[in-house]
Design a protein around this ligand. Sequence first.
Ligand code: HEM
Length: 142
Amino acid sequence: MTPDQITLVQTSFAKVAPISDKAAELFYGRLFEIAPQVRVLFPDDVTDQRKKLMATLAVVVKGLSNLDTILPAASALARRHVQYGAEPAHYSVVGAALLWMLGLGSSWTPDVAAAWTAAYSTLSELMISAANSPRPEQASAK
Ligand code: HEM
């Protein structure tokens, strides 16, 4: 990612932050519409997941300019996702639902879309490889 793309992701995410609960609701609605097969992996009530997802995205978005700071938490998150039943192929549908949700904002432009695509690729590649690596980088990471 270029520094400009990181800034685009950060400023566009800041616009979603005030409506994060609604945004997360839209995200899950879209995800279960385009990938109904993943619905069973989630609890019936995803209220808690909505908050956790947006809080985690906020941390990731903040850490994009210094990936080392989020690596331990992202690796631990990836390992928990293996327990949840998340498979590598699911990352692309989650990414599609996420970009769709973000794209509902009025300031969505091709540059913002490209920046988010790059950010999500970075995060999902990192998580997929951490999920498949044999040992935690930091046993103490959350
Ligand atoms: C990079 C993208 C993703 C992020 C940032 C993310 C983030 C989160 C967070 C923060 C939670 C709350 C629980 C925890 O912290 O361990 C969660 C739960 C969950 N995620 Fe993800 N996730 C991502 C991708 C995926 C994918 C690809 C799947 C596959 C379908 C998935 C399935 C789940 C499920 C099933 C839960 C609920 C587990 C439960 O409460 O029983 N996530 N996710």
